[in-house]
Design a protein around this ligand. Structure first.
Ligand SMILES: O=P(O)(O)OC[C@H]1O[C@H](O[C@H]2O[C@H](CO)[C@@H](O)[C@H](O)[C@H]2O)[C@H](O)[C@@H](O)[C@@H]1O
Length: 289
């Protein structure tokens, strides 16, 4: 047997940046200090036309169960309500709820699911007023068929199932910004969705606080949409060895420009996580320097 540390798995994509290489090296050398953060829609769950039909990639929970036993924490950080990630998290051979130590931060970090317990603060008053006003605003903008996803403390207006999704998105941008401002909410744009939600936190704030809470020694964050840019910023601002990963799509290019690693959608994310889980789980994994 060789005394040399084992090389990373051939299947593990290597970062194209120096910062990402340092980050991945640290995760491989010291996995118990790593936080692996993942977005849900477009990252762990393939994009589908009906948000209620979204489900986790069938192989993801099993792979994350292996990874969760080796790293510090697997974190799902999502714009979804935390409970819906658990509800939609049934895979082929495990469920997200089975992932050891899993934490889900929902609604951009305001909700928290952990060990079967959900903490969810009440919605601010403006949400009820926006809920009542939305049908009229959508009709006035000429997009009465936009679909409203009611998330309790936020309302997401989806245009994916309208006749011309991009035109509908453009037609709604200004009216929804004005409506949100009238009721002390903000608009969070995403993949053919404009979400009216309370201000005060984003995925960057949520990830920064979580890394501090866990005294993380390294971090990987995987995302696909505009809301994940703040989490990419948090990885760098943490000062920790860190890797940013883009779940690539033709719909959003802003993340791929800044990511250390780009993979091909949720299939590519699962392949990356499987290779990472294999590398940090096997007995001969790279030892700390
Ligand atoms: O932070 P995320 O986990 O990425 O959640 C962001 C939004 O994702 C969902 O919408 C997106 O996925 C849908 C299902 O694939 C798709 O139909 C839609 O076009 C996408 O924008 C979700 O419905 C939203 O509530 C989340 O905020």
């Amino acid at each position: 047997m060789s005394d040399q540390p084992e090389a990373p798995s051939a299947e593990l994509p290597w970062p194209r940046t120096a910062a990402g290489s340092v980050g991945l090296d640290k995760i491989l050398a010291d996995p118990s200090g790593a936080v692996v953060g993942l977005d849900f829609d477009g990252t762990l769950s393939p994009i589908v036309a009906d948000p209620a039909a979204a489900r986790v990639h069938p192989a993801a929970p099993g792979v994350l169960a292996t990874l969760g036993a080796a790293v510090g924490t697997v974190l799902v950080l999502t714009g979804r309500p935390a409970a819906s990630v658990i509800e939609y998290g049934g895979g082929a051979d495990a469920a997200l709820a089975d992932v050891p130590g899993l934490v889900v931060l929902g609604q951009y970090g305001v909700e928290r699911w952990e060990a079967g317990e959900l903490a969810s603060p009440p919605p601010p008053a403006g949400v009820a007023a926006v809920r009542a006003a939305l049908p009229e605003v959508l009709a006035a903008a000429g997009v009465p068929d936009a679909w409203v996803e009611d998330k309790g403390r936020a309302l997401a207006v989806h245009t994916r199932r309208t006749a011309d999704p991009a035109a509908a998105f453009a037609a709604l941008t200004e009216p929804l910004a004005a409506l949100a401002a009238r009721h002390d909410l903000i608009v969070e744009p995403g993949r053919l969705v404009l979400e009216l939600r309370p201000p005060g936190t984003d995925k960057g704030d949520a990830l920064s606080a979580f890394l501090a809470e866990r005294s993380a020694r390294s971090v990987m964050y995987v995302g696909d949409d505009l809301g994940d840019l703040a989490a990419f910023d948090a990885v760098r601002q943490s000062g920790l060895p860190g890797v940013t990963v883009c779940s690539g799509s033709a719909e959003v290019t802003a993340l791929s420009e800044r990511a250390d690693i780009i993979v091909d959608g949720p299939d590519g994310v699962v392949a990356l996580l499987r290779a990472l889980a294999g590398a940090v789980s096997r007995p001969g994994r790279r030892a700390a320097d």
